[in-house]
Design a protein around this ligand. Structure first.
Ligand code: NAP
Length: 245
């Protein structure tokens, strides 16, 4: 029987998810990374093959019910239920509140909050059986301080934090910890589209005077799933260079 821990990372094709994949690349882990497209799938698979890491790349589009159901079936059929689950995948559909369309609101709520509910609901039973599970859900500093143009995103991330606290209470008895990591501004595709001037203005307000790197977030997530963090649950850990204290 393999002693490797199965680590599932949603949205592992790029950005923070890709760095999480890299952070967990060791002989103790079997990595399962997801992407929405063949391009992303190949990026994950190539990384695993090149570095001789045991694992699998799977398609998962959290905006499509069929894709979610196929994903669950694949995990079940291939005995890929994770010991460590990182709910990382995410999108933004920013708009000021008065212009925000119903679809922009629902898409962000669906892909962040509703799909995290579905994923945890489907994957927690094997953790309960094993009496072991580590879940880290990606939130955002925006959930704590609010952010103009992101009513949808902030509502979703706040919901994730509140859900995580409740699950930490429900599943603590079974040695399952559930925490959130809330990054500030991190250098990924998600922040790439921000105007250069705006980025400089934000960086000047951050005590550490820069955006964070995805690998810095990944290291924190890895710590939260390690034995050194066995007594941490129900928390939201902020990583933002001091932007929010
Ligand atoms: P990113 O670079 O834009 O990458 C997003 C990842 O999510 C990609 O792997 C993407 O897969 C996947 N994804 C997108 N839509 C999806 C869908 N419908 N179904 C399943 N997967 C989907 O984002 P990031 O900056 O790394 O963000 C990662 C997480 O950190 C998110 O939850 C985000 O809200 C949170 N966060 C980020 C920042 C920041 O400053 N970057 C700050 C706070 C919180 P494809 O490659 O297939 O599209």
């Amino acid at each position: 029987m393999s002693l490797k821990k199965k680590v599932l990372i949603t949205g592992a094709s790029r950005g923070i998810g890709r760095s999480i994949l890299e952070a967990f690349s060791d002989e103790n882990s079997f990595l399962i990374g997801t992407a929405t497209s063949k391009v992303g799938l190949d990026a994950i698979q190539n990384f695993l093959s090149k570095n001789k890491i045991e694992g699998k790349a799977l398609i998962l589009d959290l905006g499509k019910e069929e894709s979610i159901n196929n994903f669950f079936t694949t995990l079940k059929d291939n005995d890929l239920y994770p010991d460590i689950l990182i709910n990382n995948a995410g999108i933004t559909r920013d708009n000021i509140f008065l212009r925000m369309k119903d679809e922009e609101w629902s898409e962000v709520l669906d892909i962040h909050l509703n799909s995290q509910f579905k994923i945890i609901k489907n994957l927690i039973r094997p953790m309960l059986k094993k009496k072991y599970g580590r879940i880290v859900n990606l939130s955002s500093a925006a959930a704590a301080i609010g952010n103009k143009g992101q009513a949808n995103y902030v509502a979703a991330k706040s919901g994730i934090e509140a859900m995580s606290k409740t699950l930490a209470r429900e599943f603590g008895l079974k040695n399952i910890t559930i925490n959130c990591v809330a990054p500030g501004f991190i250098e990924t595709d998600m922040t790439k589209s921000l105007e250069e001037n705006y980025k400089e203005e934000i960086a000047s307000q951050i005590p550490l005077q820069r955006f964070g790197r995805p690998e810095e977030v990944a290291d924190l997530i890895k710590f939260l799933t390690s034995s050194e963090a066995d007594y941490i649950t129900g928390q939201t850990i902020h990583i933002n260079g001091g932007l929010f204290m």
